[in-house]
Design a protein around this ligand. Structure first.
Ligand code: PGA
Length: 256
């Protein structure tokens, strides 16, 4: 079974409206003729609407938010409703990024509620999991990933599971320049696919896309995606440069 690859740019807290448009102009200087990979751009909230309008003229690029809240409306000062994201035609929402888990104390239970909400509003989640360096050194990688998957996906039904995009992002590799080796990443990706197989069955396990994230860049993307269970990447730092991100898109577009 061939899964269509997906590459997502996580701009994090970078690029306001003006800079986002400048990026877009550079990114689309050449026609984006990539048939074998889905491209997702995840700008910060205040740039989303502008980017939604820009992207709507381009069938090749999807729009993603970096987070959302798990209620539709109410007294939640500073939060962003999934209803608002749906209204501006967001396609994807990153849920459970390690920066949200660590800095904003999001736990697996909160993340589970967000995943349900994203589906309720016709968007798809990019659901992040990953262990810290300490956990890896204590040989807890698989048990941490197992708990994140089990508790995070608790509200997701069989009809939805194949559409969840999972991103394996070892926390020690994010923004550090230290990439997991293709073999280290593959080992965890395989474990994740096996978890899906065990709980939802083989056909869903074969369909679900599992991305790698953590210092992915043009120099290492090819070796990562050539692994059997790596279906693309969630890219932070390197995605801030349109030329580097395009280079990665091109490499992902090449058939296995
Ligand atoms: P990085 O970030 O590519 O800068 O390591 C990845 C991510 O946090 O999604």
């Amino acid at each position: 079974m061939t899964r269509k690859r997906l590459i997502a740019a996580n701009w994090k807290m970078n690029y306001g409206v003006e800079e986002s448009l400048k990026y877009w102009a550079e990114f689309t200087r050449q026609p984006l003729e990539y048939e074998n990979v889905d491209i997702v751009l995840c700008p910060p909230f205040t740039s989303l609407y502008t980017m939604s309008v820009a992207i709507s003229e381009n069938e090749k690029v999807y729009l993603g938010a970096q987070n959302c809240f798990y209620e539709d409306s109410g007294a939640y000062t500073g939060e962003v409703s999934p209803v608002f994201l749906q209204e501006i035609s967001c396609d994807y929402v990153i849920v459970g990024h390690s920066e949200r888990r660590q800095i904003f104390k999001e736990d697996n239970q909160m993340i589970a509620k967000k995943l349900v909400k994203v589906f309720e509003h016709d968007m798809l989640p990019i659901f992040c999991v990953g262990e810290t360096l300490e956990e890896r050194e204590k040989s807890q990688t698989f048990s941490v990933i197992e708990a994140q998957l089990k508790d995070g996906l608790v509200g997701i039904n069989r009809d939805q599971i194949a559409q969840v995009v999972i991103a394996y992002e070892p926390v020690w590799a994010i923004g550090t320049g230290k990439t997991a080796t293709p073999e280290q990443a593959q080992e965890v990706h395989q474990y994740i696919r096996e978890h899906i197989r065990k709980h939802y069955g083989s056909s869903f396990a074969n369909e679900i896309r599992i991305l790698y994230g953590g210092s992915a860049k043009p120099e290492n993307i090819r070796n990562l995606i050539s692994q059997d269970d790596i279906d693309g990447a969630l890219v932070g730092g390197a995605s801030l440069h349109p030329d580097q991100f395009l280079d990665m898109v091109r490499q992902c577009n090449m058939v296995k």
